[in-house]
Design a protein around this ligand. Sequence first.
Ligand SMILES: [Zn+2]
Length: 305
Amino acid sequence: MDALPAAAPRSTPPDEAAAVDALGRFVAAHRTLFVLTGAGISTGSGIPDYRDADGAWKRVPPVTLQAFTADAATRRRYWARSLAGWAPFAAARPNAAHHALARLQDAGRVGMLLTQNVDGLHQRAGSTGVIDLHGRLDQVICLGCGACHPRAEFQMSLLRRNPGWGRHMAAVAPDGDADLEGVDFAAFDVPDCSACGGMLKPDVVFFGQSVPRARVEAATAGLHASDAMLVVGSSLMVWSGFRFARMAAAAGIPLAILNHGRTRADDLATLKVQGDCTRVLPALAGQAPAAGASAARDAAIQPRA
Ligand SMILES: [Zn+2]
């Protein structure tokens, strides 16, 4: 594709009709989108966001891989909190924004869907080929032998070994972790891998851990095969997601961002709009023509001087 010159982001007034209008023009002008979603798309499903509108932590930052692997007490605390947080997390359902992206994909407008979320809600909404950049919380992986165990089975094991803990009510967090303070974790019993006795960890990328290279390469290929990039519900404060915005800018791939508040890529964006993605995306999906039905799309691309 022809590289488009960098341009200052066009700000849209914070009313959603304008957001739908501006994003609608953006989508109509590009055949296939590389879509990157973050925690903001799942807040409408009851899974809280990590960060506020300025990109700062709302809660205590999640456990790091280093702390998790080095310290048994950290693991006990992690799994005890996770035990309490799992049920509401597992019960979360995809919302209108997830369903809208699935419809856009059905219409041929989504080349690839990459998510920073670990909740699996895009797949449950019917999206296919989703790359879970940071893994999936519904799997537990053994750091010894690499075996994967369903989190639901692991939950039963945790409950059997720790009777009474299932009664703890706690506020669910984006990573399935939970607020559970004033509790003595010392007696919490965490099972090891049933196959090799190794340490078990949720199959998600922890802070301080790298995203598997093959996953990054697959997503990078998806970006370069797409005509534009759309970020939904992410402040892009974490490098693993931000780098795709950087790659898009470097390759001249137009970037649109739909997010509440500022993002790390605002100065890279072709278009930045604010609005509730559970309303904006369904409106967008309702008006977007299918790929191939938009004969004039190339003419609709407005090169910026
Ligand atoms: Zn194992």
